[in-house]
Design a binder for this molecule. Structure first.
Ligand SMILES: O=C(O)CCC(=O)C(=O)O
Ligand SMILES: [Fe+2]
Length: 331
């Protein structure tokens, strides 16, 4: 590792550690970008995605081609998974650093120092040996999840192809960097379940459903359910101000955010952004919250190197290891 890379990591960690406070709230427009008729409207869509990404760092896709019935089915499958007995889920544990398998109240963000009030099941296709629940435990689950994951990849690659055009890369540059059938593919579909808060109870100060963080990857597609709010975001360029914006959930839209890997790959033109999931207030729906995230992150052996080489080249595999180490001190 050279000095420049080390400094990047330290600066990011310092910033992350400062993000644990409540901050303030600020209404901001969350741009909705219609991606229907994608090939015919590519030029227009590219401009809209690029300006939302550069100016804000998060945005929403509508008419994105993943049918809402399919999204709802995936949420139903996710709920079926999390409803399995604990000892069944425990047969499919996530090994550290693999982004594959089940974890329970385990993720501690540097911003909070306390475990997020959630469980998750992550699917990273090449690492799933022994990690799929059996057909007897959860009929149809594996096939449905794989189908959904592939749809997410296709959509993420469409969005990234627009960024490739603007960055001066070949249009299929990111699709090759995230090659679907490669053994070192490491993009992840993550099912999330945030626990219900018992009626009349409030979680203690400093405990979050999801502590503030940036994502490490290139692009995140985040699916949320109407009525299950709590996501708050901070535009990348305004991180220091700590004025958070609430994102209203809706079944039909996909909230996207830029992650640290694409920030680096774009020579920092596309900012990653902090986000978090707050606890429900006593006057709000306090039941369980489910969300689904697809993290597009380049295959392990691919070298991340921006068009203007602002940062030292690094493989996507090393980059992720470094981010995990910086945040958690171990891999
Ligand atoms: O559940 C959400 O809305 C956000 C999840 C998230 O940010 C993550 O898993 O990285
Ligand atoms: Fe995230």
């Amino acid at each position: 590792m050279n000095d420049r890379v080390n400094n990047d990591t330290l600066d990011e960690l310092k910033l992350e550690a400062r993000m644990g406070g409540t901050g303030s709230l600020q209404a901001r427009e969350v741009r909705r970008i219609d991606v229907s008729d994608f090939e015919a409207r590519r030029a227009e869509i590219t401009e809209q995605l690029w300006s939302a990404a550069v100016e804000v760092g998060f945005f929403q896709l509508v008419n994105h081609g993943i049918d809402v019935a399919r999204v709802r089915q995936m949420f139903a499958d996710s709920a079926r998974f999390f409803a399995l007995p604990q000892d069944v889920k425990a047969r499919y544990p996530m090994a550290k650093g693999t982004n594959a398998g089940w974890e329970y109240r385990a993720q501690v963000r540097p911003s909070t120092g306390t475990p997020d009030q959630k469980e998750s099941y992550q699917i990273t296709r090449p690492r799933m040996a022994q990690l799929w629940p059996s057909e007897a435990e959860l009929p149809g689950f594996q096939a449905a999840a794989l189908d959904f994951e592939q749809r997410c990849w296709t959509l993420a690659m469409q969005v990234l192809s627009c960024f490739a055009d603007k960055l001066g890369f070949a249009r299929d540059f990111f699709a090759r960097a995230h090659a679907y059938d490669a053994p070192d593919y490491q993009s992840t579909l993550r099912l999330l379940h945030y626990f219900a808060v018992p009626e009349g109870e409030a979680l203690p100060e400093g405990v979050w459903r999801g502590g503030a963080h940036t994502d490490f990857n290139c692009l995140t597609l985040l699916f949320q359910r109407s009525g299950q709010g709590g996501l708050q975001v901070l535009p990348g360029k305004e991180a220091e101000g700590q004025a958070w914006t609430e994102v209203e959930p809706a079944d039909e839209v996909i909230t996207c955010n830029i992650g640290d890997m694409l920030m680096r790959w774009s020579d920092d033109r596309l900012p990653s952004n902090f986000h978090r999931v707050r606890n429900p207030r006593p006057d709000e729906y306090q039941g369980a919250r489910y969300s689904i995230a697809y993290f597009a992150q380049a295959n392990q052996g691919v070298v991340v190197d921006g068009p203007q080489h602002r940062h030292a080249p690094i493989t996507a595999g090393e980059f992720l290891t470094q981010r995990v180490m910086a945040n958690y001190g171990k891999y």
